[in-house]
Design a protein around this ligand. Structure first.
Ligand code: SB7
Ligand code: NI
Length: 185
């Protein structure tokens, strides 16, 4: 079971390393990692589990955040229609994206970052993505809103990029061109 003590924090080089493509069929270890990452997110959104294990809630988790260089991440969140999105994306990519950008008005956070980093993180408003599922099937989907933002946050992790790398250094709250803010909660 993945716990907070297993989550790699900023400063560790694994968070700055590009992860490696996963080959199919998955090994038993790959499959276990995928399951455990998704289970962490599910647990982290369950009040009782949060209390019992002191988990920090998360909607996404990338493999290098748990010290693995496998190119996979888990997402567990609701879309803007209240539909539950819950999957592990293996060898994910963005195949196309909107010109329009977005950003979370209150900024982004990260399980690997134990501080608040204020500022807007520019993201594509809409993306079309492709990835492999745990069962070796190719999946294509369109995402917008929080799922699109979270997918980009996780894909960045797999490329060694942290959310604060994308914050304007001179003015963290500088207006983002062609962007409509996403307001959380
Ligand atoms: C805000 C939070 C996340 C994504 C996008 C906006 C996920 C936070 C958890 N993670 O650190 C996952 O990498
Ligand atoms: Ni993160």
């Amino acid at each position: 079971m993945i716990l907070m003590e297993h989550i790699i924090r900023e400063g560790h080089p694994v968070l700055r390393t590009r992860t490696e493509e996963v080959t199919f069929p998955l090994t038993k270890e790959d499959r276990k990692l995928a399951e455990e990452m998704l289970q962490y997110l599910i647990n982290s959104q369950d009040e009782e589990m949060v209390e019992k294990y002191n988990l920090r809630p998360g909607i996404g988790l990338a493999a290098n955040q748990v010290n693995s260089l496998k190119r996979m991440f888990a997402l567990h969140l609701e879309d803007d229609k209240g539909e539950q999105l819950s999957f592990v994306a293996i060898n994910p990519k963005i195949v196309s994206h909107s010109v329009e950008q977005t950003y979370i008005e209150s900024g982004e956070g990260c399980l690997s970052v134990d501080r608040v980093v204020p500022g807007y993180v520019p993201r594509y408003a809409r993306i079309t993505v492709k990835f492999m599922t745990v069962d070796g099937k190719e999946q294509k989907m369109r995402l917008k809103g929080l799922p699109a933002i979270a997918f980009q946050h996780e894909l960045d992790h797999l490329n060694g990029i942290m959310f604060f790398d994308r914050i304007n250094e001179q003015n963290p709250f500088a207006e983002i061109p062609d962007a409509t803010p996403f307001i959380r909660e």
